[in-house]
Write a protein that binds this ligand. Sequence first.
Ligand SMILES: [Zn+2]
Ligand SMILES: [Zn+2]
Length: 146
Amino acid sequence: MEINTFCPECENGIFLYEMPKPGLIPCKRCGKGREAEGKGELDAQGSIQKCGLCGCAEFYQQKDFNTKLGLWMVILMVALALIFNRWLIPILVGFAALDLILYFGLPNIVLCYSCRAIYRGLPISPRIEGFDLKVHDQYAFKGKGK
Ligand SMILES: [Zn+2]
Ligand SMILES: [Zn+2]
């Protein structure tokens, strides 16, 4: 599994390959880091049940879509369409097909509502649903209160 979080000080990405232990996860960039509760739990199927970073038990799932890659694809598509404008339609159709293939081929990731940690490479329990703004707002407005 892979856990992806970020440093609250400098927003540098932090990658973990196992459940964090309680304490500070050091940041390689600024020397500070993120505090982990270290109470992560998996259920019987190996799906995430409790976030190892903040102890939150609510998660949502989404496609592991890299927005940077998506942006580059659009730029490439526009560039190709401008250069080869005689093949505008085939280029557009080609990219739409590629988009679709990429979309369905992408694995799902699980995100923690509370701390935004990303969990990859774990089975995803059916009880984890898509993003729910209502749940998100509860956490967003609750702030860091414990
Ligand atoms: Zn940092
Ligand atoms: Zn969390």
